[in-house]
Design a protein around this ligand. Structure first.
Ligand code: SF4
Ligand code: SF4
Length: 704
């Protein structure tokens, strides 16, 4: 009489000894996977260089935090919890799966370290893990088929998604879990019937339930199911391994590397070509991305690593207002292209055709506001801004500049501002008669001796409405006793937007001009009221003194008791709108809020989308000149969000946000119900001035 069940290794399958079959399957599976993996690597080998091998400890920290620790997943609570459970289950079950595979050839194999009590505890933990993973698969399938969260939808303008692929893979994982549990359960049921010692199974786990169900099944049948479960497990395991590189589940293999090589300094745009200095740019034959092979290898790896979860697009303002761009589909289209042009079972190596026109439209590329919401959300740290900017560099290189951008870009080149206004008028905002009574701003071009430079930038210098932000900033600095001045006609646009619109050479010219002008002043620090200038001076410029946004200066002064506020008089409700280049790109979230909360009587609420989930107002700089096809304006959406939060005043800290939202209020017909004010304007308005400037400032503010 046979005691216990015959092991898969000792059984015979289609006249093949199990021991042999279960050596052949893993061998074939591994070789096939290695071949598929190598083919998938082919485009990466044809790609542009990328510098991702620095800071190994920081990178390891990212892997522990974002890959192993699943840091970003709980941003979506339910889906995040499901993913963490599946991921945790997989990690726990990995050893059990490998043990099972080896037992096909060596039935008594036990993983070192998992004998005796340790093995029993591990067995119980993994019984629960398999159960939880199976349940999560069922939930995920039901979610995708029945509840269909909006972020999984595929709008017609983006072509096709891969919903069936996702469901098929969920089903395969469910089969793997079932086969694993059935294998344990049949053996336990047979042992129980034959009076043998039963391997402890976790109470109420899937193997435990299956054992209960199978207890009265004849041993001969159990033997059949036992071997069938093993074979199913083995075949599914290797099928999954080799099938994953053909779809979204490839991220299981690639995400670890993608996170390890993720960009560490997200605020700094990638250079035109890694390893090519600004001085060598004239030797670069082609700028930016035109063909697939113009992407860097890391950017290609991103395409493989996207899990198609849709979080980026759900948070993308461009997608929200119906523009051509959806980051999720930006990636999916690139991955589909890579799979199509570098097929696994052919020696084809891409087609070298331009991507614009065949995969992407120009409008798609110009639609991005570089707000960074997609990158802040992606659990796998997929990058977008560098890719989009690289595409724009490619378009500019070929002279494909949208009509509406040609004039401002030309004006930037000739006059140093996108409006084409005279350089000598740049400081006129500081010469208004009323303003001069309260505050005199040194023009450092003409007089020396300031320790702080107020970098005004173009919109605040030239736009009539935004000049009020400049004057408020100057009055605040004056109130704080700062020895400050401006560059006047010697200041040119910071070039922030020119760079993000792909005009790298123009940016370099503007940067070098401003750097020389600033260095000549001998100032110790720079203050600006424009987050775009702040971001440029802080990250794009390398040889200028430290820079602060005015909100940081005010917050510090409030904390030190150098600023006192009078109470707000009207009973209004305020919300703070985080400008993308202050918040997401520079993590300045608390200072503006601290300042607002220090104003007596100011009632402040938060919008649902705030801080790193802030919704872009429509974009700054040159975005003001570009008119993409869209269903509605981002600014309109944003003021509606403020209204939904119950506010009637939006406070922002960026002249571009001010422009977009003031326009949006008019477009949405919300005049009288909603207003916008810059933080500097509000502070200037509420400051308690103890000298005679008080009355003059109040009078000036009333006039403005
Ligand atoms: S940077 Fe902003 S606008 Fe551009 S793709 Fe990402 S979320 Fe969309
Ligand atoms: S890029 Fe990231 S957030 Fe967007 S769909 Fe892919 S995995 Fe999700």
């Amino acid at each position: 009489m046979v005691v216990g069940l015959q092991s898969p290794a000792d059984a015979t399958f289609w006249s093949i000894q199990g021991r042999t079959l279960f050596l052949i399957i893993p061998l074939l599976g591994t070789v096939l996977f290695a071949y598929i993996g190598a083919r998938r690597l082919t485009p990466l080998l044809c790609a542009q260089a990328d510098s991702r091998f620095d800071h190994p400890l920081l990178r390891l920290g990212n892997v522990l935090k974002f890959w192993l620790g699943q840091w970003r997943h709980p941003r979506y609570r339910f889906a995040g919890a499901i993913h963490i459970l599946i991921f945790g289950g997989f990690i726990l079950l990995a050893t059990r799966a490998f043990t099972l595979l080896i037992q096909g050839a060596s039935p008594n194999f036990v993983m070192p370290g998992l004998t005796g009590e340790a093995g029993r505890v591990y067995g119980i933990i993994t019984d629960y893990a398999a159960t939880i993973v199976l349940l999560c698969m069922v939930i995920a399938i039901v979610r995708r088929l029945v509840f269909k969260p909006a972020r999984y939808a595929v709008p017609a303008r983006h072509g096709k998604g891969h919903p069936i692929d996702a469901i098929f893979l969920l089903v395969l994982i469910a089969i793997l879990m079932l086969a694993d549990s059935l294998f344990l359960a049949t053996r336990a049921a047979a042992d129980a019937q034959q009076g043998l010692a039963i391997e402890a199974l976790a109470a109420f786990s899937l193997p435990w339930f299956l054992t209960k169900v199978l207890l009265s099944t004849a041993v001969a049948k159990l033997q059949f199911v036992y071997l069938g479960a093993y074979l199913t497990h083995e075949m599914t395991f290797f099928f999954l391994l080799c099938y994953r590189p053909f779809g979204i589940q490839f991220h299981v293999e690639t995400s670890l590397f993608s996170i390890h090589f993720a960009k560490l300094d997200r605020e700094i745009l990638k250079p035109v070509r890694w390893g090519v200095s600004d001085g060598q740019l004239d030797q670069v034959k082609s700028f930016g991305v035109k063909t697939f092979e113009d992407f860097t290898w890391k950017h290609m790896l991103d395409f493989y690593s996207c899990a198609d979860c849709g979080r980026c697009s759900e948070n993308c303002p461009s997608n929200a207002v119906g523009r051509a761009l959806s980051p999720r589909f930006f990636t999916i289209k690139a991955r589909d292209y890579a799979f199509r042009t570098y097929p696994v079972f052919s020696r084809s190596k891409g087609n070298g055709k331009p991507l614009i026109g065949s995969v992407y439209s120009e409008d798609e590329i110009w639609s991005c506001t570089t707000c960074g919401a997609c990158e802040a959300e992606c659990p796998l740290l997929v990058e977008y801004i560098d890719k989009i900017v690289d595409f724009r560099r490619g378009l500019i290189d070929e002279g494909n500049v949208p009509q509406s951008l040609q004039k401002p870009l030309k004006a930037l080149e000739s006059r140093g501002n996108p409006y084409g206004k005279m350089e000598k008028k740049r400081a006129e905002w500081a010469t208004a008669k009323d303003f001069l009574q309260a505050c005199r701003v040194k023009n450092l071009e003409k007089s020396n001796g300031a320790s702080t430079l107020y970098f005004v930038d173009s919109i605040t210098s030239y736009d009539d409405r935004m000049q009020s932000i400049g004057r408020a900033t100057a009055r605040i600095l004056d109130h704080l006793g700062e020895n400050f001045g401006i560059l006047g006609a010697a200041e040119k646009d910071s070039g922030h937007e020119a760079r993000r619109f792909g005009e790298e050479l123009l940016f370099i010219a503007l940067r070098d001009h401003n750097t020389d002008a600033i260095k000549g002043l001998g100032v110790q620090r720079i203050v600006t009221s424009d987050p775009h200038a702040f971001n440029a001076l802080k990250h794009d410029y390398t040889e200028v003194p430290p820079v602060e946004h005015i909100s940081q200066v005010i917050a510090r002064a409030v904390k030190a008791g150098k600023i006192k506020f009078s109470p707000v008089k009207e009973d209004r409700v305020y919300v703070y709108h985080d400008p993308c280049y202050l918040g997401r790109h520079n993590q300045i979230y608390d200072e503006p809020r601290d300042v607002l909360d220090a104003v007596p009587g100011l009632k402040r609420l938060e919008m649902k989308r705030c801080r790193d989930r802030s919704f872009c107002c429509g974009g700054g700089g040159l975005m003001l000149f570009y008119e993409p096809k869209e269903d509605e304006r981002m600014g309109v959406k944003r003021v509606q969000m403020a209204a939904e939060a119950g506010a009637n005043v939006i406070v922002t800290a960026c002249p571009f946000c001010m422009t977009n939202m003031e326009d949006a209020i008019k477009v949405a017909g919300m005049e009288g119900k909603m207003s916008v004010i810059d933080l500097a304007e509000l502070v200037d308005q509420q400051i308690v001035r103890e000298d005679s400037k008080l009355d003059r400032s109040a009078a000036i503010l009333a006039a403005e």
